[in-house]
Design a protein around this ligand. Structure first.
Ligand code: FE2
Length: 290
């Protein structure tokens, strides 16, 4: 029971041009136009795309897409969600064609509140990934797109849902200052989902960040220089996380939430032991302005 990886994310964005500049120039992602739509897909690996921008004039998460490896397990998860009172709609042929998947179910996550797909059968392109700048590529495959983090209203209920229904397990915890965060995995990636208890000015349901993991530390460094040259605001300076050992920096996206560009995250093995950390960083990772 549960999902296998984070497959894709899509955002409704107000500043489409700035977003496109950041995804292509900083991250080297490959933009792919859609026929009959002003949405823009972005490719980072063998899959047709992993990220989509919709120029809707406002900023919100359009969808979080969780991949399930077979139709049987997708149907099993859909039945479990329905048994818990979640209203699912089966993807129409047009929706599946737009998302480039064989089948999907769409629903609003009952605990986080975000628009969500569960799907199987993503389209894999026969042509190679053609990066917009000379990047080595991204660590994806069975680990999925990367990781996402949300502030949540009810941390206990959200944890229960993502463990019992969505098939996640706890990797570790970090509590520091007024932050209370739990990190969860659904494959060998250290965490695919991070949940943070809501706090003053950080309401539950708000998207906190997306992380993509490069296969080259130098590409993250070049990306940081490009961010500075483009005048993109940096949220967190380069550093290394205490729990997943990711070396990364965070930029402030034009939508307000952050995007983390990482390298070298460690993976969950069979003997993984859950830990509880008192800081998110080993070194660096200073908040800009502090
Ligand atoms: Fe992160």
């Amino acid at each position: 029971m549960g999902v296998d990886s984070l497959g894709y994310v899509a955002f409704n964005v107000a500043d489409f041009d700035r977003w496109r500049t950041i995804l292509t120039q900083v991250f080297g992602m490959e933009p792919r136009a859609r026929d009959g739509s002003d949405a823009l897909d972005f490719r980072i690996d063998e899959n047709h795309h992993r990220i989509t921008l919709y120029p809707t004039g406002e900023d919100s998460v359009a969808v979080v897409g969780w991949e399930v490896g077979s139709i049987a397990r997708l149907e099993e998860l859909a039945a479990e969600l329905r048994s818990r009172g979640v209203e699912l709609t089966a993807g129409t042929p047009a929706q599946c064609k737009a998302r480039k998947v064989r089948q999907l179910y769409h629903y609003t996550c009952p605990v986080i509140g975000c628009p969500t797909d569960i799907y199987y059968g993503p389209l894999v392109s026969h042509t190679p990934f053609a990066p917009s700048r000379g990047v080595a590529g991204y660590k994806t495959g069975e680990l999925g797109l990367g990781h996402i983090a949300f502030w949540v209203k009810d941390l206990k209920a959200t944890l229960a849902f993502y463990q019992e229904v969505m098939g996640f397990a706890i990797s570790d915890y970090i509590a520091w200052d007024d932050n209370d965060a739990v990190f969860l995995h659904c494959n060998a990636r250290h965490h695919t989902l991070a949940l943070m208890a809501e706090a003053e000015g950080r309401p539950g349901g708000k998207f906190q960040h997306l992380m993509v993991e490069s296969t080259s530390l130098d590409d993250v460094g070049y990306g940081y220089d490009i961010v500075r040259d483009l005048g993109v605001p940096v949220a967190i300076e380069p550093g290394k996380h205490s729990n997943d050992h990711m070396q990364s920096f965070y930029l402030k996206s034009p939508s307000g939430f952050w995007v983390e560009y990482g390298y070298g995250g460690r993976e969950i093995g069979p003997d993984w032991e859950v830990k509880n950390y008192d800081q998110p960083m080993l070194w660096g990772h200073r908040m800009v302005g502090n």
